[in-house]
Every structure is written in C-alpha cells, then in structure tokens.
Ligand binder design. Structure first.
Ligand SMILES: NC(=O)c1ccc[n+]([C@@H]2O[C@H](COP(=O)([O-])OP(=O)(O)OC[C@H]3O[C@@H](n4cnc5c(N)ncnc54)[C@H](OP(=O)(O)O)[C@@H]3O)[C@@H](O)[C@H]2O)c1
Length: 290
C-alpha cells in the first residue's frame, strides 16, 4: 500500500473510546477478532485493521496465528503502548508450570514482552485445573508479564469458585454474545462483580442475525448496516465486541460505530431479538477445549 493511502486511512480512522477495568487498566471499547485466520492472513490483515483504527487485537494460542499477528503488529510501526494485545491459554496447558511455559510461547510468537490481557480460553471443568491455572496467571501478572488477567467462557459457578479459592475474580469474561444470544443473567452477574463483558461472535457467526428483518429495518431507518446496528448495540450496552473480518471494507464498516447512536426505542427493539439460541452450541459446563 502506498504511503499516501496509509496516511489517508490513518487520518480517517475513528478514535475508539475505552473502558477502565477493575484493575485500573484501560481497554478499547471495540476490538478485532482473528479466528480463523492463519499466520499469513493475520500478518497481512493486522496492519489493515490497525490503520483503520483497531487497537485491541484478539488472538489465542489455539488459533495458530500468534506469529502472524506479531509480524503484522510490527509492520504497523506504532508504539506497543498504543496497542492492546489479548491472547488465551489453551486447555492442554491448564496447571501451574505449564501456564508459565505456555505464556512464554505466546509472548515469543507475538514478539512482545507483555500481554495486555491473558484469558483462560475455556474452564474445562471436567479436567478441574482452572483454579491452579488462575493462581499461575495471577503470579505471571504480578511479575509484569501480563497487565490484566481474565477468563473466557466461564459460568458464574466457575467465577465464584475462583474468588472463593484465590480471593480474586477476573476483570474480563469473554463469552459468546450477540443480539440473539444476549446473556442477560451472566451480564448482571458480571456487573455485580465488576467484570467487564467481552463478546465473541458479536455478529452472530453461524446464525441468521444479520438477516433478521427487525435488525434490517432498524439499519434502514438509521442509514447503517445490520452489522453496524448489532455492534452499536454492544457499545451502548457497555460490552466490548471483537468482530472478525478479512474484508477491508467490512473492517472499516465494523469500527464506524462511535459517531452515531441508537435511540432507547431502537435499543429496546434489538433487545427483543433475543432467542437464547447459541450459534456455536458450546456449553461451557461440559465443553472440552484442548
Ligand atoms: N473465546 C472464545 O472461545 C472465542 C470463540 C470464538 C471466537 N472468538 C473470538 O471472537 C472473534 C469474533 O467472533 P467470530 O469470528 O466467531 O464471529 P463474528 O465476528 O460475529 O463474525 C465473523 C463473520 O462475520 C462476517 N462479517 C464480518 N463483518 C461483517 C459485516 N459487516 N457484514 C456481514 N458479515 C460480516 C465475517 O466474514 P468476513 O471475514 O468475510 O468479513 C465472518 O464470517 C473471533 O475472530 C475470535 O477472535 C473467541
């Protein structure tokens, strides 16, 4: 891409507001998902996303693209402190020493000496090692290898057990969430415990969300796309969404959700799209992720 085109993109990129986490660190209100990109795709697309304003990049050891994400980030040539890098610990590395080894691998592949956010990818309750894993994450955070520690796909029972046995709750829980699967009970629990809700599949991948006639109708009324209405609903609900797109136009579309608003009535209309049907069908109380 020419230097002029890159400069135009940077000038046009929106400023993404931030939330303050319970531990005092800031997190952008919208991020960029990278599953199922491979290394080559991630390396090519991360600069495109960063030039369009994304600062939060979501990856995981199990996506197999951390090296590509790291190369893409270095190519952008922006200060590391301007980026917010999230990765996730895989189920096979639950434990104590294995957490440290897994984290070191992630840092090496990403080419950075710290993560902004490290998540336990799934609780894997049948393995029953997520409490030891959490203690090892706390130690790595205290050593400065991670700024904030959180979890993904945890249910209230798992979160309460972390607090009971370690005295500390995560600051983030990243879960499947979108207008057809709103997780209201879990969100109320998060609010009570000052846990920020982060949404994976915020556009309802594997569902018909973006074709929903009500969502399409609201989008027509506000002169936006159904994807933008879904993402704006997340922003106005204080949920950090991490949409993935490999298409540069859709990347730009997805981040253009900060300079306009849905009315209370439109928010309520989106709230009524909830069906309670998960797109993935994964149940965290039994799902095994290795
Ligand atoms: N913690 C976990 O267990 C977990 C699980 C799943 C995902 N995640 C994370 O969450 C991120 C997002 O979730 P996701 O990828 O499952 O789902 P998503 O972001 O809801 O949807 C991605 C799909 O929507 C399409 N898309 C993107 N923008 C669009 C637009 N404006 N209009 C129409 N279609 C659009 C994409 O296609 P194009 O690429 O062709 O645009 C892609 O097929 C992942 O990338 C990953 O980082 C975490």
């Amino acid at each position: 891409m020419s230097d002029d085109k890159t400069k135009d993109l940077k000038d046009a990129a929106p400023d993404v507001a931030k939330h303050v986490l319970r531990d005092g660190h800031e997190i952008p209100q919208l991020g960029f998902g990278t599953y199922p990109m491979d290394d080559a795709e991630a390396e090519a697309l991360i600069p495109e996303a960063v030039w369009r304003g994304y600062r939060l990049i979501d990856t995981a050891a199990n996506y197999g693209n951390e090296r590509g994400v790291g190369l893409g980030v270095r190519y952008c040539d922006i200060p590391r402190s301007d980026l917010f890098l999230t990765s996730k610990l895989p189920g096979r590395d639950h434990g104590t020493d294995s957490v440290r080894r897994s984290l070191e691998g992630t840092l090496e592949r990403l080419g950075t000496d710290y993560l902004d956010l490290y998540l336990i990818h799934w609780p894997n309750p049948s393995v029953d090692r997520y409490v030891d894993t959490w203690r090892a994450m706390m130690a790595a955070r205290d050593e400065g290898l991670i700024r904030s520690i959180g979890v993904s796909n945890f249910l209230p029972e798992h979160l309460l057990r972390l607090e009971r046995e370690t005295g500390e709750m995560p600051v983030v829980n990243q879960v499947e969430l979108h207008p057809q699967y709103q997780q209201e009970t879990l969100r109320a629990f998060h609010e009570e415990h000052k846990i920020l809700t982060e949404a994976w599949s915020p556009l309802g991948r594997k569902t018909d969300l973006l074709q929903d006639p009500w969502l399409v109708e609201i989008a027509r009324k506000v002169g936006r796309t159904p994807a933008q209405v879904a993402l704006r609903w997340h922003v106005q609900s204080s949920i950090v969404a991490i949409p993935k797109s490999s298409n540069t136009e859709r990347m730009a579309e997805n981040i253009d959700v900060f300079e306009w608003e849905l009315t209370d009535e439109q928010m309520e209309r989106v709230r009524m799209l909830h069906t309670g049907i998960s797109g993935s069908g994964f149940d965290p109380s039994v799902h095994e992720e290795m």
